[in-house]
Design a protein around this ligand. Structure first.
Ligand code: AMP
Ligand code: ZN
Length: 114
């Protein structure tokens, strides 16, 4: 989708600090990090919200989570712990309408979230 910020990052037309990319996913550093490690894992394909996923997307969502866990492991945060979050729509604070899995690690993360 030509107007979508994260489609542009996936296409390489807007710069980002890429930490992983493959045929279906891109992971990059969040521009406003909320933890020492804050990475966003996105599908290359434009999907606006979690509610727009179809049954054919199960493997894609699984690979987003496995990629986040692998990045946490690569940064040696797997044993300490990390959090993955996907915000959906206004009440959850979604601001970019191309699904993204937040990976947060490197500090104690409170619960419940704000
Ligand atoms: P959300 O509020 O869940 O939609 O998260 C959107 C995230 O995208 C926020 O954490 C932003 O800091 C992040 N973000 C916005 N623009 C960029 C960008 N150009 N590069 C990297 N991260 C971004
Ligand atoms: Zn998009």
């Amino acid at each position: 989708m030509s107007s979508c910020l994260f489609c542009k990052i996936a296409a390489g037309t807007i710069p980002a600090t890429i930490v992983h990319q493959d045929d279906t996913l891109v992971a990059f550093a969040d521009i406003n990090p909320q933890a020492p490690l804050h990475v966003l894992v996105i599908p290359r394909r434009h999907i606006a919200t979690l509610s727009d996923l179809g049954p054919g997307d199960d493997a894609l969502v699984g690979s987003m989570h496995r990629t986040a866990a692998a990045i946490a492991q690569a940064h040696e945060y797997a044993d300490r712990g990390f959090r993955t979050v996907m915000n959906c729509n206004a009440d959850a604070g979604q601001t970019v309408f191309h699904i993204h899995l937040h990976l947060l690690a490197g500090r104690g993360l409170t619960w419940p979230p704000g």
